[in-house]
Design a protein around this ligand. Structure first.
Ligand SMILES: *Cc1c(COP(=O)(O)O)cnc(C)c1O
Length: 394
């Protein structure tokens, strides 16, 4: 099997698995218990917080554990909105191509009377700090812009956006779920107030994530109950998952440069090779993108059919995001960068990771053009285009 869907999830690293097993088999007490084995778990939790904080240039007391990226996004946004409401500020700035964990939370706030302004994404899949600066008003209570897009891999200038927000005194949240292990994470120099991460995107376990909230940025609970996470997130901590996540994040950050160099080579091979397919187009800027992300549109095919045929040949890839596949709507991300509906339906996302090899990329490059050709030959629409009855869009 060739796994080229690391933006959907990753296989856990051996280090993270071993760390988890130790806390399942040896230190399984409740961190809130006062006897030794509970206190050992509590100490481990705090050490995980310190290790994670070090990776982000944050303080341990600014790290909160959540059930994943979605929960971290929800809590960050609802917390800032709650403070805004108390202060009479109900304007939020975001972008049209955020993850649904952000967009659907914003939609909920809109129904509660907030005004949500979604910035237009440029054709190259980027948002610029000037757009954010122009959009910020007196009554803006939050700017939330993702660090890297999960479908097309484009990388936003978060440090510049953070500087604009700090200057205007508006809290800045970034969904950095796709960035961990690939891009620099430094909440101090990047002026980030709230940041979301998800362990299963950086070779850690599923169902666990991180919300960083800068000291002084208030959090609202999504889950009421015990006093865990300094009263901000009730429920007995998932100690093994948290320990696995800390180990995975340290490893991902330590290997960042090495992995990036390797992935940049593989990405270039893939982009060069797939660009040779006629009537195809790379989605998003060619350079300003995650080192492992390759996203294409192929005119005249359905992305779902392409995925099924790739699966038959042992290649795991994606079309649009995992959350929207299964629905017939084209990806909101591809529509946001201006792809027409018809073209957006023919998308392919290949997201490479640490274990992919040149040989695998070679296999992908032999396979995809053949399948695209086969699907086009079966398509009446494609035949109309070839006979000049319909126009080519790419
Ligand atoms: C995967 C992902 C999420 C959701 O994270 P979960 O841990 O699966 O809830 C949020 N945002 C982005 C950009 C993602 O890629």
């Amino acid at each position: 099997m060739i796994y080229a869907d690391h933006a959907a999830t990753t296989k856990m690293s051996g280090t993270a698995v071993r760390e988890m097993l130790y806390y399942m088999e040896e230190v399984w007490g409740n961190p809130s218990s006062l006897y030794g084995t509970g206190q050992k778990a509590a100490e481990a939790l705090w050490s995980a917080r310190e290790r994670i904080a070090a990776c982000l240039h944050a303080k341990a007391g600014e790290i909160y554990f959540t059930s994943g990226g979605s929960e971290a996004d929800n809590q960050a946004i609802l917390s800032a909105a709650g403070k805004g409401k108390r202060e009479g500020r109900k304007h939020i700035v975001s972008t049209a191509f955020e993850h649904h964990a952000v967009l659907h939370t914003l939609r909920k706030l809109e129904r509660e009377g907030f005004e949500v302004e979604l910035l237009d994404v440029h054709e190259n899949g980027l948002i610029y700090a000037e757009q954010v600066e122009e959009a910020i008003r007196e009554d803006t209570c939050l700017v939330t812009v993702m660090y890297a897009n999960n479908e097309i891999g484009t990388v936003m200038p978060v440090a510049e956006i953070g500087a604009v927000c700090r200057k205007k005194n508006v809290p800045f949240h970034t969904d950095a779920v796709q960035a961990a292990g690939y891009l620099p994470l430094d909440v101090r120099s990047q002026n980030i107030d709230l940041l979301s991460l998800s362990a299963h995107k950086f070779y850690g376990p599923k169902g666990i994530g991180i919300l960083y909230a800068r000291t002084g940025v208030p959090l609202t609970n999504l889950i009421e109950g015990g006093a865990q996470e300094r009263g901000k997130r009730a429920g007995t901590e998932n100690v093994p998952a948290i320990m696995g996540m800390a180990a995975a994040l340290e490893e991902a950050c330590a290997n960042r440069r090495k992995n990036t160099d390797k992935l940049l080579k593989l990405r270039k091979m893939l982009i060069d090779g797939l660009s040779e397919i006629p009537h195809s187009a790379l989605n998003g800027d060619a350079e300003c993108r995650l080192p492992g992300n390759v996203s294409f549109c192929f005119e005249g095919i359905e992305g779902e059919s392409l995925l099924l045929l790739l699966d038959d040949l042992g290649i795991c890839a994606s079309s649009g995001s995992a959350c929207t596949s299964g629905s017939l709507d084209p990806s909101h991300v591809l529509l946001a960068i201006g792809r027409p509906h018809e073209v957006a339906h023919g998308s392919l996302r290949l997201s490479l990771g640490a274990d992919n090899t040149e040989e695998e990329v070679g296999r992908i490059l032999e396979t995809v053009p053949q399948i695209v050709k086969r699907l086009r030959n079966m398509s009446p629409l494609w035949q109309d285009k070839q006979r000049g009855k319909k126009e080519f869009l790419l």
